[in-house]
Design a protein around this ligand. Structure first.
Ligand code: GLC
Ligand code: CA
Length: 556
């Protein structure tokens, strides 16, 4: 593996709308982010990923962009953005932005022009297609429900949208459009961005025949991911994108890639891959339901362990992936990956340790570092997320009662990650002096930055130590480049692995169970590096209490 500047970095995802509101309108903003840069620096963050801050009607919370060259008014101005870049740089923090180029907003100038002239130049920036026998061109279901095709008013055509109908897909076969996208990407990179997180990018390649697929639901439609899985050629488009943009800037890129074909991993993340890295979603996919959230299953520890280990072993053959517990599209990791008895500071530290010390680039999602959890939702009206409303309806149509459908959404909703950041135990968790755009989690008096900052044992201070350990001059090489070797795979409730290179062997050992387990260490301990129990020493026979985690250099 060729070494790159970002290999040993720690990244942090900010969801701007919910991070910090500076002017009391209930919406987080750039000035709010600037005011918290010191906080991020003290946490040890090197790279910040900003979820979209571009101009947008916010049908999908900014993932529907109406002007790629403008900052959303809700969030501030371009001057403030430039200030954020400068202030971050002064603190040694690089900024990467979301790059949403599979689709734009229906309010984007290109789409508006296309609607005006459905046979004109701009219509070919999108997929405008005639229907079949009074039906849409094919039977694909969009990710947010309903057909992927929406009629173009006043014509016999439809346009394609794999997400909401307000997010028309861009036609990547059109070279002129591609060039416009590349110019835009380079414009941002020229400003000083370090790179991008690249949204939904696997979807850019379409099967231009738009065949019908085997229906997989009572609506007679088939999930559009079936096209993604069957069509070839996305790699050529991704190479074109990279060669015309990222490569010239040595930018850091992290792709959001689901439904990749088997064996394609080296092409995505190898030394000359399409991206620097992609997110590892393998553990998150364990709770995918066959038909929706309503038939998703809780994550089983053994399956989770097997999945994480298998992924680590596979990925290290080619490069690094980006490891997450949660993001803005997922429920909180503590609520999802930990059993109820472990959803406390001790368990939270354990899960964080096991994740952050894996091989790969850790991406911490805002609030994860204080142990934020899923909220309690009392009614479907409390949610804002378009995906949640769709999944609620799917659950109801499948026969679930209102209460059952609400429970499903409470467990899986993307809004669990989007509730305002909990800064303090003051009104609205210190996020805003106004009315927050989405409700604050009712647990904010127990879980917030202010109460944790002065408490050495808090989750926050533990995360600081964890990050500091990963970045320490002594251990950063073994954590960035060392091999991953699983161990104790047959011991009930234990998740453990070594990170090892020619100089060092570090053991990460966690007991996800409720009861103490006894572990026979293979090597004597040289030094305990981190513990959520203030463990100072241990014999070769180790009693690991329930939810205990220990990180130790061992004598190999
Ligand atoms: C990605 C984003 C998600 C968004 C979707 C459509 O999955 O992470 O938030 O809804 O793409 O842009
Ligand atoms: Ca604001």
């Amino acid at each position: 593996m060729k070494k790159k500047w970002w290999n040993d970095k720690i990244a942090y995802q900010i969801y701007p709308k919910s991070f910090m509101d500076s002017n009391g309108d209930g919406i987080g903003d750039l000035r709010g982010i600037i005011s918290k840069l010191d906080y991020l620096q003290e946490l040890g963050i090197d790279i910040v990923w900003l979820s979209p801050v571009y101009k947008s009607p916010f049908v999908d919370q900014g993932y529907d962009i109406s002007d790629y060259y403008a900052i959303a008014e809700e969030f501030g101005t371009m001057e403030e953005f430039d200030e954020l870049l400068r202030e971050a740089k002064e603190r040694g923090i690089s900024i990467i932005m979301d790059l949403v180029i599979n689709h734009c907003s229906d309010k984007h100038e290109w789409f508006q022009k296309a609607l005006k002239e459905p046979d004109g130049e701009y219509a070919d920036y999108f997929y405008f297609r005639k229907g079949k026998n009074g039906n849409p061109p094919n039977n694909m279901r969009s990710y947010f429900g309903g057909s992927c095709w929406e009629p173009v008013p006043g014509t016999d055509k439809y346009y394609l949208h794999m997400f909401a109908k307000e997010q028309p897909d861009l036609n990547w076969e059109n070279k002129k459009l591609r060039q416009k996208l590349y110019d835009m990407v380079n414009w941002w990179l020229d400003k000083g961005l370090a790179g991008f997180r690249i949204d939904a990018i696997i979807n850019i390649k379409k099967d231009l025949d738009f065949p019908d697929y085997e229906p997989d639901g009572p609506d007679g439609l088939a999930g559009c991911w079936r096209m993604v899985e069957s069509v070839d050629g996305v790699g050529e488009l991704l190479e074109d994108l990279k060669n015309n943009t990222f490569k010239k800037y040595d930018a850091f890129t992290v792709g959001e890639v689901f439904n990749m074909k088997k064996d394609e991993l080296p092409q995505f993340i190898g030394d000359n891959g399409h991206f620097s890295t992609i997110f590892d979603f393998s553990a998150h996919c364990l709770s995918n339901g066959e038909h929706g959230w309503y038939d998703s299953k809780p994550v089983d520890f053994k399956e989770w362990r097997r999945t994480v280990i298998a992924s680590q072993l596979e990925v290290q053959k080619y490069g690094l992936e980006a490891n997450i517990i949660e993001n803005h599209d997922e429920p909180r990791g503590v609520s999802r990956f930990l059993p109820e008895y472990a959803r406390n500071p001790k368990g939270t530290k354990m899960l964080g340790t096991v994740n952050v010390l894996l091989r790969g680039i850790p991406f911490i999602y805002q609030g994860q570092e204080i142990g934020m959890q899923n909220a309690k939702w009392n009614s479907i009206d409390e949610f804002d997320d378009i995906n949640t409303i769709d999944q609620y309806n799917i659950a109801r149509e499948a026969g679930l009662t209102e209460k059952e459908a609400l429970d499903v959404c409470s467990a899986m909703s993307r809004d669990n990650a989007r509730t305002p950041f909990q800064w303090s135990d003051e009104d609205n968790a210190g996020f805003t002096t106004g009315k927050p755009w989405l409700k604050v989690n009712s647990d904010y008096k127990d879980i917030n930055v202010k109460s944790q900052i002065g408490d050495e044992d808090s989750v926050l201070n533990y995360y600081r130590r964890l990050i500091a350990l990963r970045k320490s001059s002594e251990y950063k090489d073994v954590f960035a480049y060392g091999r991953f070797e699983p161990v104790y795979e047959d011991t009930d409730n234990v998740m453990a692995y070594y990170r090892t290179d020619n100089n060092k062997r570090v053991l990460v050992l966690a007991n996800f169970g409720v009861d103490t387990v006894e572990v026979q260490l293979e090597y004597p301990i040289k030094k305990i590096l981190l513990s959520n129990e203030n463990r100072q020493e241990s014999d070769k026979t180790l009693q690991l209490s329930g939810c205990e985690v220990m990180v130790a250099e061992v004598c190999a």
